[in-house]
Ligand binder design. Structure first.
Ligand SMILES: [Ca+2]
Ligand SMILES: [Ca+2]
Length: 191
Protein backbone atom coordinates (compact mmCIF):
# COMPACT_ATOMS: atom_id res chain seq x y z
CA UNK A 1 0.00 0.00 0.00
CA UNK A 2 1.37 3.45 -0.90
CA UNK A 3 1.18 5.96 1.92
CA UNK A 4 1.17 9.68 1.60
CA UNK A 5 4.65 9.88 3.16
CA UNK A 6 6.01 7.76 0.35
CA UNK A 7 5.21 10.39 -2.28
CA UNK A 8 7.93 12.99 -2.78
CA UNK A 9 7.67 16.07 -4.93
CA UNK A 10 10.81 17.01 -6.79
CA UNK A 11 11.58 19.82 -9.22
CA UNK A 12 11.32 19.03 -12.89
CA UNK A 13 14.58 19.20 -14.83
CA UNK A 14 12.64 20.74 -17.70
CA UNK A 15 11.09 23.67 -15.87
CA UNK A 16 13.68 24.49 -13.25
CA UNK A 17 13.42 24.52 -9.52
CA UNK A 18 10.32 25.30 -7.56
CA UNK A 19 7.04 23.71 -6.81
CA UNK A 20 4.05 24.11 -9.04
CA UNK A 21 3.25 22.95 -12.54
CA UNK A 22 6.77 21.67 -13.22
CA UNK A 23 6.87 19.36 -10.23
CA UNK A 24 6.93 15.65 -10.79
CA UNK A 25 6.06 12.92 -8.36
CA UNK A 26 8.38 10.14 -7.29
CA UNK A 27 7.30 7.19 -5.19
CA UNK A 28 9.72 5.99 -2.59
CA UNK A 29 10.07 2.26 -2.89
CA UNK A 30 9.95 0.31 0.37
CA UNK A 31 12.45 -2.15 -1.15
CA UNK A 32 16.18 -1.50 -0.81
CA UNK A 33 17.71 -0.14 -3.97
CA UNK A 34 20.11 -2.31 -5.99
CA UNK A 35 23.50 -0.67 -6.20
CA UNK A 36 24.66 0.04 -9.73
CA UNK A 37 28.16 -0.79 -10.85
CA UNK A 38 30.24 2.22 -11.74
CA UNK A 39 32.57 1.86 -14.68
CA UNK A 40 35.59 3.85 -15.77
CA UNK A 41 35.21 7.60 -15.88
CA UNK A 42 32.31 7.54 -13.48
CA UNK A 43 29.87 6.14 -16.06
CA UNK A 44 27.23 3.75 -14.78
CA UNK A 45 27.24 0.33 -16.35
CA UNK A 46 23.90 -1.29 -17.07
CA UNK A 47 23.08 -4.44 -15.07
CA UNK A 48 20.88 -5.83 -17.85
CA UNK A 49 23.72 -7.56 -19.79
CA UNK A 50 25.66 -10.75 -19.07
CA UNK A 51 29.31 -11.09 -18.30
CA UNK A 52 31.49 -13.55 -20.20
CA UNK A 53 31.58 -15.89 -17.21
CA UNK A 54 27.79 -15.85 -16.94
CA UNK A 55 27.57 -16.59 -20.66
CA UNK A 56 29.99 -19.52 -20.41
CA UNK A 57 28.14 -20.95 -17.39
CA UNK A 58 24.83 -20.65 -19.24
CA UNK A 59 26.29 -22.42 -22.27
CA UNK A 60 27.61 -25.25 -20.07
CA UNK A 61 24.24 -25.69 -18.35
CA UNK A 62 22.39 -25.71 -21.69
CA UNK A 63 24.91 -28.19 -23.13
CA UNK A 64 24.42 -30.59 -20.23
CA UNK A 65 20.65 -30.33 -20.55
CA UNK A 66 20.80 -30.94 -24.30
CA UNK A 67 23.08 -33.94 -23.80
CA UNK A 68 20.51 -35.47 -21.43
CA UNK A 69 17.65 -34.86 -23.83
CA UNK A 70 19.58 -36.28 -26.78
CA UNK A 71 20.49 -39.42 -24.83
CA UNK A 72 16.79 -40.02 -24.07
CA UNK A 73 15.88 -39.53 -27.75
CA UNK A 74 18.70 -41.88 -28.79
CA UNK A 75 17.59 -44.58 -26.34
CA UNK A 76 13.96 -44.28 -27.48
CA UNK A 77 14.98 -44.55 -31.14
CA UNK A 78 17.17 -47.59 -30.54
CA UNK A 79 14.43 -49.45 -28.66
CA UNK A 80 11.46 -48.39 -30.78
CA UNK A 81 11.35 -51.80 -32.50
CA UNK A 82 11.47 -53.80 -29.26
CA UNK A 83 7.67 -54.29 -28.97
CA UNK A 84 7.62 -55.81 -32.46
CA UNK A 85 10.37 -58.26 -31.53
CA UNK A 86 8.58 -59.17 -28.29
CA UNK A 87 5.30 -59.82 -30.09
CA UNK A 88 7.06 -61.94 -32.69
CA UNK A 89 8.85 -63.93 -29.98
CA UNK A 90 5.57 -64.53 -28.18
CA UNK A 91 3.88 -65.73 -31.39
CA UNK A 92 6.76 -68.16 -32.02
CA UNK A 93 6.69 -69.45 -28.45
CA UNK A 94 2.91 -69.98 -28.56
CA UNK A 95 3.20 -71.89 -31.84
CA UNK A 96 5.81 -74.24 -30.40
CA UNK A 97 3.82 -74.62 -27.19
CA UNK A 98 0.65 -75.55 -29.07
CA UNK A 99 2.49 -78.08 -31.21
CA UNK A 100 4.11 -79.72 -28.18
CA UNK A 101 1.00 -79.77 -25.96
CA UNK A 102 -1.03 -81.48 -28.67
CA UNK A 103 1.33 -84.48 -28.76
CA UNK A 104 0.70 -87.67 -26.83
CA UNK A 105 1.55 -87.71 -23.15
CA UNK A 106 3.06 -91.17 -23.53
CA UNK A 107 4.78 -92.41 -26.65
CA UNK A 108 2.31 -94.65 -28.51
CA UNK A 109 5.02 -96.95 -29.73
CA UNK A 110 8.77 -97.10 -29.36
CA UNK A 111 10.54 -93.93 -28.22
CA UNK A 112 13.70 -92.47 -29.70
CA UNK A 113 12.59 -90.42 -32.71
CA UNK A 114 15.54 -88.52 -34.16
CA UNK A 115 13.89 -85.53 -35.80
CA UNK A 116 11.16 -83.08 -34.99
CA UNK A 117 9.02 -84.26 -37.91
CA UNK A 118 8.88 -87.70 -36.23
CA UNK A 119 8.28 -86.57 -32.64
CA UNK A 120 5.14 -88.26 -31.32
CA UNK A 121 5.03 -87.42 -27.62
CA UNK A 122 5.66 -84.40 -25.42
CA UNK A 123 8.99 -85.31 -23.91
CA UNK A 124 10.52 -85.91 -27.33
CA UNK A 125 10.90 -82.12 -27.41
CA UNK A 126 13.05 -81.99 -24.29
CA UNK A 127 16.41 -80.48 -25.27
CA UNK A 128 15.22 -79.20 -28.65
CA UNK A 129 17.40 -76.27 -29.76
CA UNK A 130 16.88 -74.57 -33.09
CA UNK A 131 18.67 -71.61 -34.68
CA UNK A 132 16.02 -70.02 -36.82
CA UNK A 133 12.35 -70.87 -36.53
CA UNK A 134 11.06 -74.07 -38.16
CA UNK A 135 7.62 -75.53 -38.65
CA UNK A 136 6.59 -78.88 -37.17
CA UNK A 137 8.04 -80.70 -40.15
CA UNK A 138 11.44 -79.08 -39.70
CA UNK A 139 11.17 -76.63 -42.58
CA UNK A 140 12.72 -73.20 -42.00
CA UNK A 141 10.28 -70.28 -41.88
CA UNK A 142 11.45 -67.31 -43.93
CA UNK A 143 12.09 -64.03 -42.14
CA UNK A 144 12.63 -65.67 -38.76
CA UNK A 145 16.19 -66.88 -39.31
CA UNK A 146 17.57 -64.62 -36.57
CA UNK A 147 15.39 -66.03 -33.80
CA UNK A 148 16.41 -69.09 -31.79
CA UNK A 149 14.25 -71.51 -29.84
CA UNK A 150 15.01 -73.91 -27.00
CA UNK A 151 12.60 -76.30 -25.29
CA UNK A 152 12.74 -78.23 -22.06
CA UNK A 153 10.21 -80.77 -20.77
CA UNK A 154 10.28 -82.07 -17.21
CA UNK A 155 7.89 -84.15 -15.05
CA UNK A 156 5.66 -81.95 -12.88
CA UNK A 157 2.99 -83.35 -10.58
CA UNK A 158 -0.17 -81.39 -9.78
CA UNK A 159 -2.87 -81.26 -7.17
CA UNK A 160 -3.07 -81.30 -3.39
CA UNK A 161 -0.66 -83.33 -1.36
CA UNK A 162 -1.69 -86.97 -1.26
CA UNK A 163 -3.88 -86.65 -4.36
CA UNK A 164 -1.40 -85.50 -6.97
CA UNK A 165 -1.65 -86.39 -10.61
CA UNK A 166 1.29 -86.67 -12.93
CA UNK A 167 2.01 -84.08 -15.58
CA UNK A 168 4.73 -82.44 -17.64
CA UNK A 169 6.07 -78.90 -17.47
CA UNK A 170 6.93 -77.46 -20.87
CA UNK A 171 9.24 -74.43 -21.12
CA UNK A 172 9.79 -72.70 -24.47
CA UNK A 173 12.40 -69.94 -24.66
CA UNK A 174 12.69 -67.70 -27.72
CA UNK A 175 15.63 -65.34 -28.22
CA UNK A 176 15.06 -62.44 -30.64
CA UNK A 177 17.65 -60.78 -32.93
CA UNK A 178 18.33 -58.14 -30.26
CA UNK A 179 19.34 -60.88 -27.81
CA UNK A 180 16.29 -60.55 -25.56
CA UNK A 181 14.75 -63.82 -24.36
CA UNK A 182 11.10 -64.60 -23.83
CA UNK A 183 10.13 -67.65 -21.79
CA UNK A 184 6.71 -69.29 -22.05
CA UNK A 185 5.73 -72.07 -19.66
CA UNK A 186 2.89 -74.54 -20.14
CA UNK A 187 1.69 -77.73 -18.50
CA UNK A 188 0.44 -80.98 -19.98
CA UNK A 189 -1.63 -83.36 -17.93
CA UNK A 190 -2.05 -87.03 -18.67
CA UNK A 191 -5.60 -86.95 -20.01
CA1 LIG B 1 7.41 -93.15 -30.96
CA1 LIG C 1 8.54 -90.24 -28.82
Amino acid sequence: MIRRDDIVLSPSPLTGEGRGEGEVCAIKSPLPSIPSRQGRGGLFVSNAGMTLIELVVAMVVISVALAGIMSVINYTTLHSADPVLRHQSLAIAEAYMEEIALKNYIDPDADGEGSRALFDDVDDYNGLSESGVHDQNGNAIGGLENYSVTVSVAPQNYGPSGAEVSGLKIAVTVTDPAGESLALTGYRANY
